[in-house]
Structure formats: C-alpha cells, structure tokens
Write a protein that binds this ligand. Sequence first.
Ligand SMILES: [Mg+2]
Ligand SMILES: [Zn+2]
Length: 95
Amino acid sequence: MEINDFQELIERMYSAKDRARGSAKTFLWLIEEIGELASALAAGGKADKAGEFADVFAWLATLANVEGVDLNQAIEKYAHGCPGCGKMVCTCAGK
Ligand SMILES: [Mg+2]
Ligand SMILES: [Zn+2]
C-alpha cells in the first residue's frame, strides 16, 4: 500500500470521528500511541513493535486528514535531500 492509499483508507475509517473530536484531542491519541511505541521498543517483540509503528502512522495519518495535509505531498520536502543541509546523506550537526 502506498502512503496516499493508506491516508485515504484512514480517511474513510476514522476522519469523521476525528474531525468531531478535533485536532487537539486527536493529537493526544497520537501521543498515547507514541507512548505505546516507546514501551514496545523497550520490551516488545518484533510483532509488537511493528503493530505500534502502524498505530502511530495511522494516528499521524488521521491527524493529517483532519488538518487537510496530504502526506504524500508533505514528504516531498525530503525527496531531494535533507531539509536542513540539502544533502542526500545528512551532514547536519547533532542529527
Ligand atoms: Mg497501539
Ligand atoms: Zn541534514
């Protein structure tokens, strides 16, 4: 599945509920899933980690839908190099 297909799937599944909830509360759900990812990274097996990556990505996608952001377009800023240094292999200090 491509990123735009995933974002459309998530739009159909969740966006009506998430628009009603609003961005601020939807963002809190995203952060809860990031906490679950942290726990899986610390103690989970590979399947647990993969599942939590999927949950974080789904909540990120639904928040993007609520905000009207096309993730496929948004990630284009990385297509021709690091947004910080412009290099294909980042040379930014501290990253
Ligand atoms: Mg989860
Ligand atoms: Zn860089």
